[in-house]
Write a protein that binds this ligand. Structure first.
Ligand code: VAH
Length: 316
């Protein structure tokens, strides 16, 4: 049985149905701090900062795999660095400790391009670059990567990890990230509203469409253990674009759509991150290949969100 922690979050919402498709609805226990409006399948309220609560669920359901997707993201973490650090690290170490104690088969923990920093190369950032993250979120990700490696080497725990770029999806809203603008912009566009962007127009960042992010996660977790050579976390990317390029892509559907630029504190965070990513290790080790580029993603986002906001209309 699989335990999904952070099932209500942006990635959890999209990952849950895919795990249920692959393993069966009763083989996946979803968990989060709050009940979702419409729980699909087994659901448990879980505060993963509490080791006993987590261990109780492991025993109750005979959990053999954990996908740990609970975290405070980059922008939100800056408003209260110590709480963000505590939440991100406590939940991670609790997951690794139950992983070791209950001899779990596999554990998935996400890292992020936010683990890179001012002195990491900005273009085609390599798998093994110097990492000096500027946010507490990024610091927690670098620490998480090193703990992953440590538990793997010392206890043989099969931990797998991806450095997600900004993830773009229609299923649910991200919360507290620096790449969130690239989701919000589509919501404004399909509602025929102007968009105010908190990043400057030429801020290039690596991104991925949710479908590709989920497929990468599933493929990494399905790969034979000896193919998973990187035990910190794999670089991963789908595409890279700027707010201006994203706006132009949306304007092919909505020519009157406008973005106004009003950079705030998140600009500095974005400027410390890579602009493009070299994910050749993932491609080489377990065959990673993205399917969505910017035009394909825009088409899909606009089609799906149009259905949600205006179910009567048909995108031509
Ligand atoms: C954030 N989306 O903006 C997250 C992320 C790529 C960065 O990990 O904080």
């Amino acid at each position: 049985t699989i335990l999904l922690i952070g099932a209500n979050g942006q990635i959890g919402t999209a990952l849950l149905p895919r795990l249920q498709d692959s393993f069966g609805i009763d083989a996946v226990v979803a968990s989060d701090l709050r009940m979702p409006t419409l729980p699909q399948g087994p659901f448990e309220i879980l505060d993963a900062t509490q080791p006993d609560e987590l261990a109780r669920l492991i025993r109750k359901y005979n959990i053999t795999q954990i996908y740990h997707l609970a975290a405070v993201l980059s922008a939100k973490g800056e408003s209260d660095p110590i709480s963000a650090w505590n939440l991100n690290m406590q939940t991670l170490l609790n997951v690794f400790e139950v992983g070791r104690t209950y001899k779990l088969d596999k554990v998935f923990v996400p890292s992020s391009i936010a683990a890179f920093g001012d002195h990491s190369p900005k273009y085609e950032t390599p798998q093994t670059a110097y990492m000096d993250p500027s946010t507490v979120y990024g610091i927690s990700k670098v620490a998480a990567e090193n703990w992953s490696m440590y538990y793997h080497k010392r206890y043989g725990l099969d931990i797998r990890s991806l450095r997600y770029p900004g993830v773009i999806s229609y299923q649910s809203m991200p919360g507290g990230g620096t790449t969130d603008y690239a989701v919000d912009i589509y919501h404004k566009a399909v509602q025929h509203l102007p968009f105010e962007c908190f990043l400057a127009e030429n801020t290039r960042l690596p991104m991925i469409y949710m479908d590709d992010a989920i497929r990468a996660t599933m493929e990494l977790m399905e790969a034979a253990a000896d193919r998973v050579q990187v035990r910190t976390s794999y670089n991963l990317t789908g595409m890279s674009f700027t707010p201006a390029e994203l706006t132009a892509s949306i304007q092919t559907y909505f020519p009157d759509f406008v973005t106004r630029y009003k950079p705030d504190f998140r600009q500095e965070i974005a400027d410390s991150w890579p602009k493009t990513i070299d994910d050749s290790a993932a491609r080489h080790d377990w065959g990673w290949q993205p399917h969505y580029d910017l035009p394909a993603m825009t088409r899909e986002m606009i089609t799906q969100l149009t259905q949600i906001y205006d179910p009567q209309s048909q995108l031509k």
